[in-house]
Design a protein around this ligand. Structure first.
Ligand SMILES: Nc1ncnc2c1ncn2[C@@H]1O[C@H](COP(=O)(O)OP(=O)(O)O)[C@@H](O)[C@H]1O
Ligand SMILES: [Mg+2]
Length: 236
Protein backbone atom coordinates (compact mmCIF):
# COMPACT_ATOMS: atom_id res chain seq x y z
CA UNK A 1 0.00 0.00 0.00
CA UNK A 2 1.40 3.37 -1.02
CA UNK A 3 1.38 6.15 1.56
CA UNK A 4 1.10 9.74 0.40
CA UNK A 5 1.73 12.49 2.91
CA UNK A 6 1.12 16.21 2.45
CA UNK A 7 2.38 18.47 5.22
CA UNK A 8 1.28 22.07 4.91
CA UNK A 9 1.55 21.72 1.13
CA UNK A 10 0.81 25.06 -0.52
CA UNK A 11 1.04 26.03 -4.19
CA UNK A 12 1.27 29.68 -5.16
CA UNK A 13 1.58 31.10 -8.66
CA UNK A 14 2.81 34.54 -9.71
CA UNK A 15 0.08 37.01 -10.61
CA UNK A 16 0.94 38.05 -14.16
CA UNK A 17 2.12 41.60 -14.56
CA UNK A 18 1.56 42.52 -10.95
CA UNK A 19 4.11 45.02 -9.62
CA UNK A 20 6.30 43.56 -6.89
CA UNK A 21 5.72 39.99 -8.09
CA UNK A 22 2.56 39.27 -6.12
CA UNK A 23 1.50 35.66 -5.83
CA UNK A 24 -1.83 33.89 -5.62
CA UNK A 25 -2.36 30.74 -3.58
CA UNK A 26 -4.14 28.18 -5.75
CA UNK A 27 -3.92 25.33 -3.26
CA UNK A 28 -3.38 24.84 0.42
CA UNK A 29 -2.14 24.59 2.94
CA UNK A 30 -3.14 20.93 2.70
CA UNK A 31 -2.37 18.35 5.40
CA UNK A 32 -3.27 14.80 4.42
CA UNK A 33 -2.11 11.24 4.82
CA UNK A 34 -3.54 8.99 2.12
CA UNK A 35 -3.28 5.25 2.62
CA UNK A 36 -6.64 4.02 1.31
CA UNK A 37 -6.75 1.97 -1.83
CA UNK A 38 -9.41 4.13 -3.54
CA UNK A 39 -9.55 7.90 -2.98
CA UNK A 40 -11.68 10.27 -5.04
CA UNK A 41 -11.43 14.04 -5.31
CA UNK A 42 -14.40 16.21 -6.25
CA UNK A 43 -14.89 19.95 -6.58
CA UNK A 44 -15.89 22.69 -8.98
CA UNK A 45 -13.85 23.65 -12.07
CA UNK A 46 -10.85 25.67 -10.94
CA UNK A 47 -11.11 24.54 -7.32
CA UNK A 48 -7.62 23.00 -7.30
CA UNK A 49 -8.22 19.29 -8.01
CA UNK A 50 -5.59 18.98 -10.75
CA UNK A 51 -3.06 20.94 -8.71
CA UNK A 52 -3.62 18.58 -5.77
CA UNK A 53 -3.24 15.49 -7.98
CA UNK A 54 -0.12 16.84 -9.67
CA UNK A 55 1.53 17.34 -6.31
CA UNK A 56 1.32 13.59 -5.76
CA UNK A 57 3.89 12.69 -8.42
CA UNK A 58 5.90 15.90 -8.41
CA UNK A 59 4.46 17.30 -11.64
CA UNK A 60 3.75 20.30 -9.42
CA UNK A 61 6.03 20.98 -6.46
CA UNK A 62 4.82 22.70 -3.31
CA UNK A 63 5.82 26.35 -2.88
CA UNK A 64 5.89 25.64 0.84
CA UNK A 65 5.33 22.52 2.89
CA UNK A 66 6.20 19.03 1.68
CA UNK A 67 4.73 16.11 -0.23
CA UNK A 68 6.12 12.61 0.08
CA UNK A 69 5.30 9.17 -1.27
CA UNK A 70 6.38 6.23 0.87
CA UNK A 71 8.69 8.64 2.64
CA UNK A 72 10.26 9.94 -0.58
CA UNK A 73 10.06 13.70 -0.93
CA UNK A 74 8.66 14.68 -4.34
CA UNK A 75 11.21 17.48 -4.76
CA UNK A 76 14.39 15.71 -3.60
CA UNK A 77 13.47 12.32 -5.05
CA UNK A 78 11.31 13.30 -8.02
CA UNK A 79 12.49 10.52 -10.33
CA UNK A 80 11.96 7.81 -7.71
CA UNK A 81 8.53 9.21 -6.85
CA UNK A 82 7.49 9.15 -10.50
CA UNK A 83 8.48 5.49 -10.72
CA UNK A 84 6.01 4.76 -7.93
CA UNK A 85 3.25 7.10 -9.00
CA UNK A 86 1.73 6.88 -12.48
CA UNK A 87 -0.28 9.84 -13.70
CA UNK A 88 -3.04 9.65 -16.30
CA UNK A 89 -4.29 12.86 -17.91
CA UNK A 90 -7.88 13.42 -18.99
CA UNK A 91 -6.89 13.42 -22.66
CA UNK A 92 -4.86 10.27 -23.40
CA UNK A 93 -3.43 11.75 -26.58
CA UNK A 94 -1.28 14.07 -24.46
CA UNK A 95 0.20 10.92 -22.95
CA UNK A 96 0.71 8.71 -25.99
CA UNK A 97 3.84 10.23 -27.44
CA UNK A 98 4.80 7.40 -29.82
CA UNK A 99 3.10 6.57 -33.15
CA UNK A 100 1.63 3.29 -31.88
CA UNK A 101 0.53 1.91 -28.55
CA UNK A 102 3.08 -0.89 -28.68
CA UNK A 103 5.93 1.60 -29.03
CA UNK A 104 4.51 3.62 -26.16
CA UNK A 105 4.34 0.61 -23.86
CA UNK A 106 7.90 -0.34 -24.88
CA UNK A 107 9.02 3.21 -24.13
CA UNK A 108 7.57 2.91 -20.63
CA UNK A 109 9.49 -0.33 -20.14
CA UNK A 110 12.87 0.96 -21.31
CA UNK A 111 14.22 1.40 -17.79
CA UNK A 112 12.92 -1.93 -16.51
CA UNK A 113 14.11 -3.98 -19.48
CA UNK A 114 17.35 -2.82 -21.07
CA UNK A 115 17.33 -5.60 -23.64
CA UNK A 116 15.14 -4.91 -26.64
CA UNK A 117 14.00 -8.52 -26.88
CA UNK A 118 12.96 -8.64 -23.24
CA UNK A 119 11.19 -5.32 -23.67
CA UNK A 120 9.20 -6.64 -26.62
CA UNK A 121 8.10 -9.71 -24.68
CA UNK A 122 7.14 -7.66 -21.62
CA UNK A 123 5.22 -5.14 -23.78
CA UNK A 124 3.28 -7.94 -25.43
CA UNK A 125 2.28 -9.26 -22.00
CA UNK A 126 1.11 -5.82 -20.88
CA UNK A 127 -0.90 -5.35 -24.08
CA UNK A 128 -2.49 -8.75 -23.56
CA UNK A 129 -3.37 -7.95 -19.98
CA UNK A 130 -5.22 -4.82 -21.10
CA UNK A 131 -6.85 -6.54 -24.09
CA UNK A 132 -5.06 -4.17 -26.45
CA UNK A 133 -2.96 -6.52 -28.62
CA UNK A 134 -5.17 -6.07 -31.66
CA UNK A 135 -4.82 -2.29 -31.44
CA UNK A 136 -1.12 -2.31 -30.59
CA UNK A 137 0.19 -1.46 -34.05
CA UNK A 138 -2.51 0.97 -35.06
CA UNK A 139 -1.75 4.69 -35.09
CA UNK A 140 -2.80 6.09 -31.72
CA UNK A 141 -4.76 8.71 -33.67
CA UNK A 142 -6.92 5.98 -35.23
CA UNK A 143 -7.99 4.52 -31.89
CA UNK A 144 -11.42 5.36 -30.51
CA UNK A 145 -11.56 7.51 -27.40
CA UNK A 146 -12.11 4.50 -25.18
CA UNK A 147 -9.34 2.45 -26.79
CA UNK A 148 -6.95 5.38 -26.52
CA UNK A 149 -7.72 5.73 -22.83
CA UNK A 150 -7.02 2.03 -22.24
CA UNK A 151 -3.80 2.23 -24.25
CA UNK A 152 -2.60 5.21 -22.23
CA UNK A 153 -3.37 3.31 -19.02
CA UNK A 154 -1.55 0.22 -20.32
CA UNK A 155 1.49 2.43 -20.99
CA UNK A 156 1.55 4.10 -17.56
CA UNK A 157 0.80 0.86 -15.71
CA UNK A 158 3.33 -1.23 -17.66
CA UNK A 159 5.96 -0.67 -14.99
CA UNK A 160 3.54 -1.64 -12.20
CA UNK A 161 3.69 1.51 -10.09
CA UNK A 162 2.16 1.41 -6.61
CA UNK A 163 -0.19 4.33 -7.11
CA UNK A 164 -2.22 5.46 -10.11
CA UNK A 165 -3.41 9.07 -10.18
CA UNK A 166 -6.11 9.90 -12.72
CA UNK A 167 -7.32 13.40 -13.53
CA UNK A 168 -10.94 13.25 -14.72
CA UNK A 169 -10.48 9.96 -16.57
CA UNK A 170 -14.08 9.69 -17.79
CA UNK A 171 -14.68 13.26 -18.92
CA UNK A 172 -14.08 12.38 -22.59
CA UNK A 173 -15.71 8.93 -22.46
CA UNK A 174 -19.22 7.77 -23.32
CA UNK A 175 -21.22 5.69 -20.87
CA UNK A 176 -20.04 2.32 -22.16
CA UNK A 177 -16.38 3.27 -21.98
CA UNK A 178 -16.92 4.88 -18.59
CA UNK A 179 -18.26 1.57 -17.31
CA UNK A 180 -15.34 -0.27 -18.89
CA UNK A 181 -12.88 2.06 -17.26
CA UNK A 182 -14.60 1.58 -13.91
CA UNK A 183 -14.36 -2.18 -14.25
CA UNK A 184 -10.69 -1.88 -15.12
CA UNK A 185 -10.01 0.39 -12.14
CA UNK A 186 -11.83 -2.07 -9.87
CA UNK A 187 -9.54 -4.86 -11.06
CA UNK A 188 -6.25 -3.01 -10.52
CA UNK A 189 -3.94 -3.96 -7.67
CA UNK A 190 -2.70 -0.36 -7.52
CA UNK A 191 -3.89 2.28 -5.08
CA UNK A 192 -5.90 4.85 -7.02
CA UNK A 193 -6.47 8.56 -6.48
CA UNK A 194 -8.80 10.14 -9.00
CA UNK A 195 -10.49 13.47 -9.58
CA UNK A 196 -13.87 13.37 -11.25
CA UNK A 197 -17.13 15.18 -11.95
CA UNK A 198 -18.84 11.80 -12.27
CA UNK A 199 -20.46 11.55 -8.86
CA UNK A 200 -21.20 7.83 -9.31
CA UNK A 201 -17.52 7.24 -9.90
CA UNK A 202 -16.72 9.48 -6.92
CA UNK A 203 -18.81 7.21 -4.72
CA UNK A 204 -16.78 4.13 -5.67
CA UNK A 205 -14.07 4.88 -3.11
CA UNK A 206 -12.95 4.30 0.46
CA UNK A 207 -12.44 7.99 1.01
CA UNK A 208 -13.38 11.22 -0.77
CA UNK A 209 -11.98 14.72 -0.61
CA UNK A 210 -13.96 17.81 -1.56
CA UNK A 211 -11.81 20.69 -2.81
CA UNK A 212 -13.16 24.22 -2.85
CA UNK A 213 -11.20 27.38 -3.62
CA UNK A 214 -7.89 25.65 -3.06
CA UNK A 215 -8.76 24.03 0.25
CA UNK A 216 -9.79 20.52 1.23
CA UNK A 217 -13.15 21.38 2.80
CA UNK A 218 -14.39 17.83 3.37
CA UNK A 219 -12.51 14.58 3.91
CA UNK A 220 -14.29 11.37 4.68
CA UNK A 221 -16.96 8.99 3.58
CA UNK A 222 -17.78 9.26 -0.18
CA UNK A 223 -21.58 9.60 0.17
CA UNK A 224 -21.15 12.39 2.72
CA UNK A 225 -18.54 14.03 0.48
CA UNK A 226 -20.90 14.07 -2.50
CA UNK A 227 -23.61 15.54 -0.30
CA UNK A 228 -21.19 18.21 0.91
CA UNK A 229 -20.20 19.05 -2.67
CA UNK A 230 -23.82 19.30 -3.80
CA UNK A 231 -24.48 21.57 -0.82
CA UNK A 232 -21.64 23.86 -1.91
CA UNK A 233 -22.90 23.99 -5.47
CA UNK A 234 -26.51 24.64 -4.55
CA UNK A 235 -25.71 27.30 -1.98
CA UNK A 236 -27.00 30.73 -3.09
N1 LIG B 1 0.50 27.01 -13.47
C1 LIG B 1 -0.51 27.82 -13.14
N2 LIG B 1 -0.37 29.17 -13.22
C2 LIG B 1 -1.38 29.98 -12.87
N3 LIG B 1 -2.57 29.56 -12.42
C3 LIG B 1 -2.77 28.26 -12.33
C4 LIG B 1 -1.77 27.30 -12.68
N4 LIG B 1 -2.25 26.06 -12.49
C5 LIG B 1 -3.52 26.22 -12.05
N5 LIG B 1 -3.82 27.53 -11.94
C6 LIG B 1 -5.09 28.09 -11.45
O1 LIG B 1 -5.35 27.49 -10.20
C7 LIG B 1 -6.72 27.22 -10.04
C8 LIG B 1 -6.93 25.73 -9.79
O2 LIG B 1 -6.61 25.02 -10.96
P1 LIG B 1 -6.79 23.44 -11.11
O3 LIG B 1 -5.99 22.78 -10.05
O4 LIG B 1 -6.47 23.11 -12.52
O5 LIG B 1 -8.35 23.26 -10.80
P2 LIG B 1 -9.35 22.08 -11.20
O6 LIG B 1 -8.54 20.92 -11.65
O7 LIG B 1 -10.12 21.84 -9.96
O8 LIG B 1 -10.22 22.63 -12.30
C9 LIG B 1 -7.41 27.73 -11.30
O9 LIG B 1 -7.88 29.02 -11.05
C10 LIG B 1 -6.28 27.74 -12.30
O10 LIG B 1 -6.51 28.71 -13.29
MG1 LIG C 1 -8.57 19.85 -13.40
Amino acid sequence: MTEVRLDGATVTVPVDGSPGGRARTILGPVDLVLTQSRVTVIGANGSGKSTLLRLLNGLVTPTSGTVSVDGLDTVRHGARVRRRVAFAFTDPISQLVMPTGREDVELSLRRLHRSRTQRRVAAEQVLERFGMVRHADQSVYDLSGGERQLMALAAVLATEPGLLVLDEPTTLLDRRNTLRLRALLDSLPQSVVLATHDLDLALAADRSLVVDEGRVVFDGEPAAAVEHYIGLTDAP
